[in-house]
Design a protein around this ligand. Structure first.
Ligand code: NAP
Length: 291
């Protein structure tokens, strides 16, 4: 029999993910902090994360940040309060490895299972069901829950013990930070020197500089399409998580520390809710030129 699924967090990512689970035939119930968003997906709702867990065999969560996960899991009416033998929790939010390990331990103490499964692929991949998951936790839990992940995505790569998925995700978003910063800086210097944005993107696409990421964000920057796929606020959250992880090891990250300040200046200019491509605006004002 198919497990009953509870889905927590119906933001940009979660709303597409929950709908895809329902499309694949799972019975899905949802909870979201603000009720309007919960109602908007058109699936049955629960009163609290705890009530959702009581009515589900597996709860999948995709919420903003560590504070949101603390609330969803550990609050009095949180998922953990209803955890029991046979119950599973899947954490898809990007949070710290430490929080993942703490949650995994808490679920294990209740005889329940937890798999972390942070995702890559943005709003479109969440809507199309083409996300990539990077998982951490017991290998048998990955194997058992993989069909649920593959109802929302195309691949789930097992990374290792609890916390390794989060670590991998932070490495990925560090790469995104460098790539976006590099593209924006390059475009500005090219433009000031009289080289067309289209020409720069054409050469990048045809060469070893190429990446699907540039095919995604390059045209968005050129066309000034800053509709939020992934917000600057959430990328800075991930940069901070990576810097904190590195500081604890300790490992110096001079490149990411500098790039974080650029994204921070975009937030200071009121751009935090916009797509990460809008970081070009902060760099444009520093350079005194618009692309
Ligand atoms: P989003 O659109 O901002 O949605 C955030 C969700 O978290 C909303 O459902 C929000 O509820 C909920 N939330 C925030 N604070 C909360 C709290 N204190 N308690 C309970 N719920 C809370 O974010 P998103 O883009 O979907 O991202 C979700 C997660 O996926 C993040 O960890 C992000 O880093 C990660 N991620 C995002 C992308 C992307 O491209 N967007 C890609 C990969 C991974 P309300 O509706 O009430 O505000």
């Amino acid at each position: 029999m198919q497990p009953r699924i509870g889905f927590v967090g119906l933001g940009i990512m979660g709303s597409g993910m929950a709908k895809n689970l329902a499309r694949r035939g799972y019975a899905v119930r949802v909870w979201n902090r603000s009720r309007e968003r919960a109602r908007a997906v058109g699936l049955p709702t629960a009163e609290s994360p705890r009530a959702l867990a009581e009515q589900s065999d597996v709860v999948v969560s995709c919420v903003a940040d560590p504070a949101a996960v603390e609330r969803v899991v550990f609050a009095e009416d949180g998922v953990l309060a209803a955890a029991r033998a046979g119950f599973s929790y899947v954490e898809c939010s990007t949070v710290s490895p430490e929080l993942v390990r703490r949650a995994a331990l808490a679920f294990a103490e209740k005889g329940a299972a937890m798999l972390e499964a942070p995702v890559t692929g943005s709003k479109l991949a969440a809507e199309n069901g083409t996300l990539l998951f990077m998982t951490g936790g017991p290998a048998e839990v990955h194997a058992r829950l993989e069909p649920i992940l593959l109802a929302m995505g195309t691949r789930a790569i097992y990374c290792g013990i609890a916390g390794h998925g989060a670590l991998m995700k932070l490495v990925g978003n560090t790469l995104i930070s460098f790539m976006l910063e590099g593209l924006c800086e390059g475009l500005l210097v090219a433009r000031k020197g009289g080289l067309e944005v289209d020409k720069v993107l054409e050469v990048i696409a045809a060469s070893g500089f190429q990446s699907p990421y540039y095919a995604f964000k390059g045209p968005a920057i050129r066309d000034r399409n800053f509709d939020t796929q992934f917000s600057i606020d959430l990328l800075v959250k991930d940069q901070n998580l990576m810097l904190a992880e590195a500081a604890a090891q300790p490992t110096p990250l001079p490149g990411l520390a500098a790039i974080r300040e650029v994204f921070q200046s975009a937030r200071a200019q009121g751009l935090g809710g916009q797509d990460i491509a809008a970081v070009i605006r902060a760099l444009e004002s520093a350079a005194g030129i618009n692309l």
